[in-house]
Design a protein around this ligand. Sequence first.
Ligand SMILES: *Cc1c(COP(=O)(O)O)cnc(C)c1O
Length: 336
Amino acid sequence: MNLSRFPRIRLAHLPTPLEPLIRLSEELGGPEIWIKRDDCTGLSTGGNKTRKLEFLMAEAQNQGADTVMTQGAIQSNHVRQTSAFAAKLGIKCHVLLEDRTGYTDDNYNHNGNVFIDLLHGATYEKRGPGLDMNAEMESVAEKLREGGANVYTIPGGGSNSTGALGYVDCAFEILHQANEMGLVIDHIVHATGSAGTQAGLISGLKAMNVNIPLLGISVRAPKEEQEENVYNLAIDTTAKLGCPSVVNRDDIVANSDYVGEGYGLPTEAGIEAITMFAELEGILLDPVYSSKGASGLIDLIRKGRFKKSDRVVFIHTGGSASLFGYTKHFDFGDRA
Ligand SMILES: *Cc1c(COP(=O)(O)O)cnc(C)c1O
């Protein structure tokens, strides 16, 4: 399959490392856990959106956009990476930030990703919860267009068939690395939200006829709804790639047992996962996505879901910048 026929601005630091997590694997008594470091994609503290934006921003540039718009939660990693990418291209970035948590503290509302969005020169408007945020964004974009701007809009999470190409490429990258090292991968696990990561990965894996089970740990939607979202996007993505019908509905597996009280609301198990990765491996997870993904991985390991001899790859999708928006959720006892 020929990804190079799609316009792309090569900005990410690729390939990201694929490394063993020796102390974490020992602590849990197996399986062998590996990590794909997509927190290290290089753009303004990194993360999974950079791969998607390589394709999305190329489309923006080809359309002559002078402004890019997107939307997300207040502590959105996608918004941060979009604002950084726009800075790199010298175009304006205007975003809508949705209050999904109701948190009123200063760190949540102004530190972490919000602080970095502003550093990159982005402007933002806030919105209350429960709106159709993509529709809100389109109506703001229309107003900007009436004022003469050439606006390219990116859906939440960069999750359309263009953005998902970034994770088709990541599937190729993982397989290539595994082939080079002689690593037999038995499972791949990652956090799933707006669905582009999982849809791209499954499209890439199935297009290569690689049948490694892929498990998305949901950070928001219930299992059925999440799987439908991923499936629908995988259909669009494989159609774009010219290999429709390689993905079946039962290739899409999500687990929504680790969402907790809702999107962006940290869980106890997620905080435990952050602590374990930080203290055992020197790796920073985030409270919204990668920690919930990792908490699912850890819990499923403890429940015996994987064989001790399995090799499980956890894709670290990034997000550590939002830790600074969530400091109130951490208690360091008498060490602090
Ligand atoms: C956006 C995001 C995800 C989820 O990826 P989707 O493609 O939206 O499903 C996971 N982890 C982090 C850190 C993210 O920012």
